[in-house]
Write a protein that binds this ligand. Structure first.
Ligand code: NOJ
Length: 448
């Protein structure tokens, strides 16, 4: 397995806006050497008590556990018109709402991953296929774009040739703008038919080799940001919430029906039957935890619409205390969430489809500092430790994907945060450079 950098501008294969950033105000109360695959990595720990947590090894996980990295097309591919691609809602939104999307003029180029080869060296690669490349008009009636099919065929084949399991997200926030304009996107039932048609094309075209499909990335974020606070397309402030419950039990929870009332669409009996247990695994994107406060008498002035519906408000801190040390890094929350999901949703198979942390971009910082992201390794190890504990308690976690492989375009915050195992130089032709975390992950996955 290799995880080698590439700056090769040659075409072979490529591939929420919650902010997850660790703020290291006072670090280094302790340093520790973490061993991985025969190499050692010196890590600074904000809290000496974490030294036990970071001892977790890849061999502590079941033999078939998948370690991967995740990306999404809209955040990395660029090439917005290549091979006949149609426009996504994010391309439209970034162009028309520059005040909301930072660095918006950089959005169309992503990090040019549509045109670049990358040797990943991990067990699995989660990426998304843009709907608007395969069906440029959004609808099947507008035709399937063979050039795009050829592109993803070669990507998938190349991954498989290199022993990397493809995991494909069908919709990662980049709905076709044409469908938004035609009928209002997600809010119209026609979306169900178009999404089914698009998914069918993917299954029929790539399903002989892709066995792992993630349907819709972060539906809750999509609803909150697109329809409540307006930080994502379409940017309305209408109400919308969804839960996991229908996928397991075939319907929305009673409490939700009671509070949302007629604004909640009803499933037909046929849909309920089709929905019940209709998934092979749940994908969880976990970054941080917060608090929810019970609000039996919700206040429309002080609370957001989804909080009013839930009769609970989101709280960052309780009595002035934020969860996690350093700020926001709270692996215990992941373990609790996993164990809750096991109990509440009939012990499903689970993949941690995203977990990671970004550092602030500061182009005046020396390169060696930018590349030295030991804090990311500590964050990842502590979360792997939490997952390993949950597995020991019977939770069926089957894999883990780091967000993200390369620095990317982080939606509303643009280029402000650096989540990548690889650094991208946006001033030098998207040059890729491995950070410490990339070298560590490679060593960590060597089962020695
Ligand atoms: C979750 C989203 O799926 C992804 O697109 C985003 O970049 C990360 N969170 C980090 O903010």
């Amino acid at each position: 397995m290799t995880l080698s950098p590439s700056n090769w501008p040659k075409k072979l294969f490529t591939s929420t806006t919650v902010i997850h950033v660790l703020v290291f105000l006072s670090v280094a109360s302790s340093t520790l050497e973490a061993a991985a695959g025969g190499s050692t990595f010196e890590l600074e720990l904000p809290d000496a008590a974490q030294s036990e947590e970071i001892k977790v090894k890849s061999t502590d996980f079941p033999g078939d556990f998948v370690f991967g990295v995740a990306t999404s097309a809209a955040q990395t591919e660029g090439a917005p018109k290549a091979d006949g691609k149609g426009q996504s809602v994010w391309e439209y939104f970034a162009a028309h709402f520059p005040g909301i999307v930072k660095d918006n003029t950089k959005f169309p180029d992503g990090i040019d991953s549509y045109n670049r080869y990358m040797d990943l060296g991990v067990g699995s690669y989660r990426f998304s296929i843009p709907w608007t490349r395969i069906l440029p008009s959004g609808a099947l009636s507008g035709g399937v774009n063979q050039k795009a099919v050829d592109h993803y065929n070669s990507l998938i084949n190349e991954l498989i040739k290199n022993g990397i399991k493809p995991s494909v997200t069908i919709l990662h926030f980049d709905l076709p703008q044409a469908l938004e304009e035609k009928y209002g996107g997600y809010l119209n039932r026609s979306f169900v038919n178009d999404f089914r048609d698009y998914s069918d094309v993917l299954f029929k075209t790539f399903g002989d080799r892709v066995k792992h499909w993630v349907t819709i990335n972060e539906p809750k974020v999509l609803a909150l940001y697109g329809y409540e606070n307006g930080w994502a397309p379409p940017g309305c402030t209408r109400r919308s919430i969804r839960f996991t419950e229908p996928l397991v039990f075939g319907d929305y929870p009673k409490s939700m029906k009671e509070s949302v009332k007629e604004r909640l669409p009803a499933f037909t009996e046929e849909e309920k039957t089709a929905l019940t247990g209709s998934f092979d695994f749940l994908g969880i994107n976990y970054y941080l935890s917060g608090f929810a406060r019970n609000e039996p008498n919700p206040s429309p002035e002080a609370m957001l619409p989804h909080e009013i519906d839930a009769k609970a408000s989101d709280q960052v801190a309780k009595n002035g205390v934020v969860l996690g040390n350093p700020l926001g890094s709270y692996p215990e929350g992941l373990q609790k969430l996993l164990e809750y999901t096991k109990t509440k949703y009939q012990n499903p198979n689970i993949y941690i489809a995203e977990n990671g942390v970004g550092g602030f971009r500061n182009d005046t910082m020396p390169l060696e500092v930018v590349l030295n992201d030991g804090f990311k390794i500590v964050y990842i190890l502590r979360h792997l430790n939490a997952i390993s504990k949950a597995i020991k308690n019977g939770v069926k976690v089957k894999g883990y994907y780091i967000w993200t492989l390369l620095d990317d375009f982080e939606w509303g915050t643009g280029l402000m945060f650096q989540y990548g195992l690889y650094n991208i130089d946006f001033n030098d032709n998207f040059k890729r450079m491995p950070r410490l975390s990339a070298k560590w992950y490679q060593a960590y996955l060597q089962k020695t």
